[in-house]
Design a protein around this ligand. Sequence first.
Ligand code: NAP
Ligand code: MG
Length: 401
Amino acid sequence: MEKIKMSTPIVEMDGDEMTRILWKMIKDELILPFVDLKTEYYDLGLEHRDATADQVTRDAAEATKRLGVAVKCATITPNKQRMSEYNLHEMWKSPNGTIRSILDGTVFRAPITIPTIKPVVKNWEKPITIARHAYGDVYKSVEIRVEEAGTAKLVFEGESGKREEVEIHRFKGPGVLQGMHNVDKSIKSFAHSCFKYAIDTKQDVWFSTKDTISKKYDGQFRAIFDEVFAEYKEEFERLGITYFYTLIDDAVARVIRSKGGYIWACKNYDGDVMSDMVSTAFGSLAMMTSVLVSPEGNYEYEAAHGTVTRHYYKYLAGEETSTNPMATIFAWTGAFRKRGEKDNLPELQRFADLLEQACLDTLNEGIATKDLVGLMEGITPQQVNSLDFIRAIRTRLEKKL
Ligand code: NAP
Ligand code: MG
């Protein structure tokens, strides 16, 4: 078979620990034999980030802006313990945070679903994608512990000399205070990313806030979404998809009663909480995909899980591991499909579809990694190690190609 051709490279960001091991297995078994792979390779493994004073992470993000499509392996976010483990020069920031701040995007998380793993919510038939706004609100707030009686005020001093002041509360005794903010620019790019992703995946968008209570703050989120949607309305109508706004509490009730199959856009805190709820209800962290979409239409695909450290130490000790590569494989297929779409390469898009289908066939035949074996219903699963799982996918992929 002749290998599938690519024209523009994908930005490839390698990573750490068990996912770095899986990364190589996936490339060797499922990609390199079939695709004439073109990537711009950046080693985001912690040693190389440390050796380059984290420049490699910034370069990889800049390359994503230039080339438009990236695929990323999970990476360690250093903490104190990692400082000594890797003898680091500095406690480097989370690569995902660095990349997100350079690309200025929204993260979309969607589960890979299969018939033998039933969501906890019985009526969910299709995946629910959470789009979390990743700037501001309580994550950038300032706080005061009030110790005595007194008056708290919210003050804005404009560069023009304009001054606005409102009383927050007259404390009769001790209490707490918090000040938070957001900016129109970030809310706008959040809205653009959501509508672009909806068009890409042909799904409805639900957006929820508490604008009945927070009339100016959440009201501004709602107003910006309405304004930005005007630019996408025609395309939505053409595709038969809709934009729907509702209050957050109403959204929660509707999500539970729904069949799934839409994008739920959430403010920062709501997205933090709801994405953990939705992903847990769908089954396994190892089956959760993640993509960062920038307002300019650049895409970075990855798995939602981390580097699976516990399995890595077993692997280093020579023990057999059964780590699930699904979300990492789907990061690659997401990148191939997008690259194929941008460069008009139908063969590459078809390869992405067939590889995903081969993965799903393997699971549907009951061949699975350890994390899924206990979740499967109506089938007697056969537990395999990571490499055998990937090889079982390869056999099915070869037949399809
Ligand atoms: P994790 O790597 O997601 O793993 C947590 C646990 O979830 C694992 O121990 C394992 O459970 C299960 N799990 C996750 N992915 C799995 C898979 N593919 N197959 C099978 N089981 C899987 O989270 P963590 O242990 O909290 O973090 C480890 C490192 O990853 C940290 O250094 C953190 O900074 C980094 N991290 C990176 C990213 C990213 O790059 N996007 C995201 C999160 C965390 P069992 O051990 O019970 O089998
Ligand atoms: Mg959280």
